[in-house]
Design a protein around this ligand. Structure first.
Ligand code: ADP
Length: 294
């Protein structure tokens, strides 16, 4: 599987230029699309899943032309939109059976096996008789992933999957995604939550105000912020000065004040210690100091 995007632009009717000259190659595996709200992630996702036409540009998915071969692309596609909701009286297993029928699985026996398999995989087998609309938020999201995957898509697009989930459900959802990542399948995970990307994506891109500002592995992004992440114990007005001067990533109370982590290009004569960056540090550093210079 391969997705190749060349010179992609999207200008909305109101003149908003939501995507600017996007060039991107995506190959098998888990791919993270990271960016703040309003960056253009959903716009890009909606174009890739054939729900919206680009203004200009070329996209090939598995050799198919996105502008001309939309039906073929839909057949290899699974999509979990951000606002996936159930307006259904169906039981959980019935909903999946319905999704399997929509995906073109005609044999009842094959469908039953697949439904059971996916109920197991996403941890919903025990609640299979429950009305789908009565599931908890996290369970609904897991049912959403199962319905997107039951037709064995070659490309799965998941938009902001962990928003609104509690930490336990968030981890569970990430684990499900990394388990299903397999050969000859592309999973695109669009998110503004750095933690969604760090643990599971082999490659990623940063979208900032409609522009791609970084494409590479999470490790490569982390390397860009090495030597620019700092930690200091501070208190009172020193803390206020620091906070106004540099992007602060975390502030933890201590006996005498605060332990503060921040990113900076140059800290002058401040007595802070360099620390090993995480992807979250790197994201903040990149967005603050590098992104708009690119
Ligand atoms: P994200 O998913 O990263 O939050 P979106 O793709 O939803 O970003 O939005 C990108 C930009 O395009 C935002 O400024 C948003 O307000 C604008 N936008 C999104 N949809 C429309 C639309 N239908 N008409 C006009 N502007 C839109």
């Amino acid at each position: 599987m391969k997705i190749s995007i060349q010179g992609l632009n999207k200008v909305y009717d109101n003149g908003k230029h939501a995507l600017n000259d996007i060039n991107l190659e995506i190959e098998d595996g888990m791919f993270g699309l990271l960016g703040p709200n309003g960056a253009g992630k959903s716009t890009l996702m909606r174009i890739l899943v054939t729900l919206m036409m680009p203004t200009t540009g070329k996209v090939q998915i598995n050799g198919y032309d996105l502008l001309k071969e939309r039906k073929e692309i839909r057949e290899i596609l699974g999509y979990l939109p951000q606002d996936f909701r159930f307006f259904t009286k169906l039981k959980t297993w019935e909903f999946l059976d319905y999704a399997a029928r929509l995906a073109g699985i005609k044999s009842k026996k094959v469908r039953t096996d697949k439904v059971d398999l996916w109920l197991e995989k996403v941890g919903l087998f025990d609640v299979r008789e429950r009305n789908a609309s009565k599931l908890s938020g996290g369970m609904k999201r897991r049912l959403g992933i199962a319905q997107a995957l039951i037709g064995d898509p070659k490309m799965l697009v998941v938009d902001e999957p962990t928003t609104g989930l509690d930490p336990e459900e968030r981890i569970r959802f990430r684990n499900i995604l990394s388990d299903i990542s397999q050969n000859e399948t592309i999973i695109i995970l669009s998110t503004h939550i750095v933690g969604d990307i760090s643990s599971i994506c082999q490659s990623m891109t940063l979208l900032d105000n409609g522009f791609l500002s970084f494409t590479g592995s999470p490790e490569e992004l982390i390397n860009k912020s090495r030597d620019h992440v700092w930690q200091i114990n501070t208190s009172g007005t020193d803390y206020d000065i620091l906070k106004n001067k540099f992007p602060v990533i975390s502030t933890i109370p201590t006996d005498s004040g605060w332990e503060v982590q921040f990113v900076a290009d140059d800290i002058g004569d401040i007595k802070a210690n360099k620390i090993e960056p995480t992807l979250e540090h790197a994201y903040v550093y990149f967005m603050e100091y590098l992104s708009n210079k690119n």
